[in-house]
Write a protein that binds this ligand. Structure first.
Ligand code: 5AD
Ligand code: SF4
Length: 428
C-alpha cells in the first residue's frame, strides 16, 4: 500500500512541476513514506533519517515524514530536536503536499488529519514501468484487531467506485501493464453501493487485455463462497490467496479481536482446496502475543501442519501505541520464547514451502515476466510463485516485461521455481 501511495504522491507532485532525483545528495526535498505496523518499521526510518543527514554533511533540505508514522507518532516526531523535521503529513493529506512543501520552506508544516472519504479516486498514480500495477480499491480498516495500529493511522474503511477501478484497469492495459493487483487493508470488505468484492473482481478480470488479476489482503471473516468459486473458475485470477491467520488458538484469536475460529479458518482452507486444488495459500502470523502459552502456540503449529502454507510472514508481537493490546495487556512473553517460536515456525515453513514447490517439478506452466536483467529472467506463475528462467542472452534481448512464456520447471527451492523455456514457449 505504501508503494502505491508513493506512486500517488509522485503524481500529485509532478502535476505541480516537481521533478525527482534518485540521489539523496541532490534533493531539495526529502520525503520518507513510512509504515508503523511493527516496531522495527519505525526503527528503520529513524536510522535512515540519521544516515541521510550524516551523508549530506549539513547541506540543508526540506525533510518530511509521510504515512503511518506521521499519524502514529505525531507528538514525538514534532518535538524531537534531533530529527528536526520540516514536514509531517498523514496518509489522507497527500493532495495538500505541494502547498505544505512550499510552506515548509518558511515554517514547520504538519497535516495528519484523517478523512472518512478520501480515496484518491481522481489521482492517476505515477507508476514506474513494470509488469504489475497496484490499484488501491479501498483504504482504511474498521476491524481494530487488538494489536494493530492501522485503524488509528489510516482511519476508517472507504471504497472507490467500480467504474473508476475498471476504467483505471483499461487505461493500464493500454499502457502495457499485464497484471493488476487490487489492494486494501481488508480487500474483501470492499463495498460500494450495490457492488461487493466478488462482483468487483469479476468486472476487473473481464477487462479486455488484462492478463492477470490478484488481490491482497483478504480477511478470513469475509471470504465469500462466491469469491472461492471465482478463484477456481476465472482463468485470469491468480490461484493464490494470502489469508492472514495471526494465531491458531481460539482464545488468542479472541484476545486479538479476530472474529473467526481455528475451525472456521480450516473450513475456508478446505473449501479453497476443494474448489481449486492447485491454489497457493500464504499467511501472516504473530507469535508471542501477551499471555500466549506454549499450549496455545501449539494450535498455530497445528494449523501450519494442516494447511502446509506455500509461504508465510511470521512476526514477533510488538506493542503499538494507541492499541487495545498495548493498553490492556502486559507484553509478558519473554523475547527468548518469541524467538524460539519464530524459529520453529520458520523451520516448518521452509519444509512446507520446499515440498509445495518440489511438487511442481516437471510441470509446464505460464510465467509472466516481471524482471529482465542482462543475464537472467524472472517471472511469476499464476500461483504467484517466483520463477527463474534460464534463457540465452539472444533470447533475453527479445523479451518484454508482462509477456507470458511457457516454462518447464526442473528444480525448486523454498522460494523459487527454476525453469527452462518450454519447446514452444511464446504465448499470445
Ligand atoms: N506486532 C507484530 N506484528 C504485527 N502485525 C500487525 N501488528 C503487529 C504487531 N503489533 C502484523 C500482522 C499483519 C501484518 C501486516 O503485520 O501479522 O497481518
Ligand atoms: Fe490491522 Fe486487523 Fe485491520 Fe489487518 S484487519 S489492518 S491486522 S486491524
Amino acid at each position: 500500500m505504501n508503494e502505491y501511495d508513493t506512486e500517488l504522491i509522485r503524481s500529485i507532485l509532478a502535476e505541480k512541476g516537481f521533478t525527482f532525483t534518485d540521489s539523496e545528495q541532490d534533493a531539495d526535498v526529502i520525503l520518507l513514506n513510512t509504515c508503523s505496523v511493527r516496531e522495527n518499521a519505525n526503527r528503520k526510518i529513524f536510522e535512515l533519517i540519521h544516515r541521510i543527514r550524516h551523508d549530506r554533511q549539513g547541506v540543508p533540505a526540506i525533510f518530511g515524514i509521510l504515512g503511518c508514522m506521521a499519524t502514529n507518532l505525531r507528538e514525538e516526531l514534532i518535538s524531537d530536536p534531533h530529527l528536526d523535521l520540516d514536514l509531517i503529513v498523514g496518509p489522507d493529506s497527500y493532495k495538500k503536499l505541494p502547498d505544505l512543501i512550499q510552506k515548509a520552506g518558511k515554517e514547520k508544516s504538519f497535516d495528519i488529519q484523517l478523512s472518512d472519504t478520501e480515496t484518491y479516486e481522481d489521482i492517476y498514480p505515477n507508476r514506474e514501468s513494470a509488469a504489475n500495477a497496484w490499484i488501491a480499491i479501498m483504504r482504511g480498516c474498521n476491524n481494530f484487531c487488538s494489536y494493530c495500529v492501522v485503524p488509528y493511522t489510516r482511519g476508517r474503511e472507504r471504497s472507490r467506485s467500480p467504474k473508476g477501478i475498471v476504467n483505471e484497469t483499461r487505461k493500464l492495459v493500454k499502457e502495457g501493464f499485464a497484471q493488476v493487483t487490487l489492494l486494501g487493508q481488508n480487500v474483501n470488505s470492499y463495498s460500494y453501493k450495490d457492488t461487493r468484492f466478488p462482483d468487483l473482481v469479476r468486472q476487473v478480470c473481464d477487462v479486455e487485455g488484462v492478463k492477470r488479476v490478484w488481490f491482497t489482503s483478504p480477511h478470513p471473516k469475509d471470504v465469500a463462497d462466491e469469491l472461492i468459486e471465482l478463484i477456481a473458475r476465472h482463468p485470469k485470477l491468480c490461484k493464490h490467496i494470502h489469508l492472514p491467520l495471526q494465531a491458531g488458538s481460539n482464545e488468542v484469536l479472541k484476545k486479538k479481536n479476530r472474529p473467526y475460529t481455528k475451525e472456521h479458518y480450516l473450513t475456508i482452507v478446505d473449501k479453497l482446496r476443494a474448489a481449486c486444488p492447485e491454489i497457493a495459500i500464504t499467511t501472516d502470523i504473530i507469535v508471542g502475543f501477551p499471555t500466549e502459552t506454549d499450549e496455545q502456540f501449539k494450535d498455530t503449529v497445528d494449523v501450519y501442519n494442516k494447511v502446509g502454507y506455500d509461504s508465510a510472514f511470521i512476526f514477533k508481537y510488538s506493542p503499538r501505541k494507541l492499541t487495545k493490546a498495548e493498553r490492556d495487556y502486559k507484553n509478558d512473553v519473554p523475547e527468548k520464547v518469541k524467538t524460539e517460536r519464530i524459529l520453529l515456525l520458520n523451520d516448518l515453513q521452509q519444509k512446507f514451502a520446499l515440498q509445495r514447490n518440489q511438487a511442481m517439478i516437471g510441470k509446464t506452466l505460464e510465467s509472466l515476466i516481471d524482471n529482465i536483467r542482462p543475464n537472467a529472467v524472472e517471472g511469476r506463475t499464476i500461483h504467484n510463485k517466483r520463477t527463474q528462467i534460464a534463457a540465452k542472452t539472444s533470447e533475453i534481448g527479445k523479451l518484454r516485461l508482462g509477456e507470458t512464456l511457457s516454462v518447464k520447471i526442473h528444480d525448486a527451492t523454498p522460494h523459487l521455481l527454476k525453469c527452462r523455456l518450454a519447446d514452444s514457449h511464446k504465448n499470445p
